[in-house]
Design a protein. Structure first.
Length: 287
């Protein structure tokens, strides 16, 4: 890859569920120096505790040796200062909340502090890289690397460049994904939602419309999809598992970008009532 620096140091910005697991999967590869950055008080400690729990479960089930688990956790360096973390980074992965202004701020800060030839990627699936890349001042080295939750289980990573992204940047991102034992797929051009979420959103939205129209219950729609399409989880259980607020926000963003309709009323009512799925104890189902 002519002109592309070798990736040795990887920095993940955002120690939420996705960011912490991307850091963990990277550390498990044993190939990279890994830094996890978060400026929210206590978040890095919570991320470390969650990763330790995931590793312990894998050791108990015989998927990992104790030595490999301990080495992976020790490999992740916790940092609460973004500029200091990225000043010698080769690859920076933004994994903050799914909010345009928050991501824009990361791209501005990383663009100012990281080496000019560092690769900068976003884990977002709804905010395409062309909307963020120019804020870094190095749009040719920016792309989306959309991992799936839970990262330590789900193999897929969608890699998507914008109009200014170089092939070398895409190649390097694809190589990184393979090196951490995930499976990359390349989109040849940007589109809202990429591959998986476009298909999943279409199915989930249709399921909600069927429920809203009184055609069938959420329970029966889930049974139909699980047994008729062989999905491991029905659309309503999947929505509850992922978080109704996440799906609602993505649908609103899709509407703003002219890529589809807004959220169905039943979904909007649940979100506004604070019923966000499993994490709140109630969504389409009660837990």
């Amino acid at each position: 890859m002519d002109g592309m620096r070798e990736v040795k140091k990887v920095v993940i910005v955002g120690a939420g569920t996705m960011g912490s697991q991307i850091a963990l999967q990277t550390a498990l590869s044993g190939r990279y120096d890994v830094s996890l950055v978060d400026t929210v008080h206590g978040q890095l400690e919570r991320a470390r505790a969650q990763n330790a729990k995931l590793l312990e479960r894998s050791v108990e089930k015989g998927r990992l040796t104790r030595e490999r688990a301990d080495n992976a956790l020790a490999r992740i360096k916790d940092v609460d200062q973004l500029a200091a973390a990225v000043e010698s980074a080769d690859l920076v992965i933004e994994a903050v909340i799914e909010d345009f202004d928050a991501k824009k701020g990361v791209f501005e800060s990383v663009g100012a502090a990281a080496p000019a030839d560092a690769i900068l990627t976003s884990n977002s699936s709804t905010i395409t890289i062309s909307r963020l890349a120019d804020f870094s001042k190095h749009p040719e080295r920016c792309c989306n690397t959309h991992f799936f939750h839970p990262v330590t289980v789900m193999q897929l990573c969608e890699v998507v460049g914008g109009p200014k992204t170089t092939d070398e940047t895409i190649d390097s991102a694809m190589e990184f994904v393979r090196n951490i034992d995930r499976t990359p797929v390349r989109l040849n051009k940007e589109i809202w939602g990429f591959i998986v979420n476009r298909i999943l959103f279409a199915a989930s939205e249709e399921a909600i419309r069927l429920l809203e129209g009184g055609y069938a219950s959420a329970e029966d729609i889930d049974v139909a999809v699980k047994t008729g399409l062989n999905w491991p989880m029905g659309p309503f259980h999947l929505l509850d598992f992922s978080g109704l607020d996440i799906f609602y926000g993505a649908m609103q963003d899709r509407r703003r970008q002219g890529a589809g309709a807004g959220a169905p009323k039943v979904l909007e009512e649940l979100v506004k009532a604070g019923h966000l799925g499993r994490k709140t104890g109630k969504g389409f189902f009660e837990y």
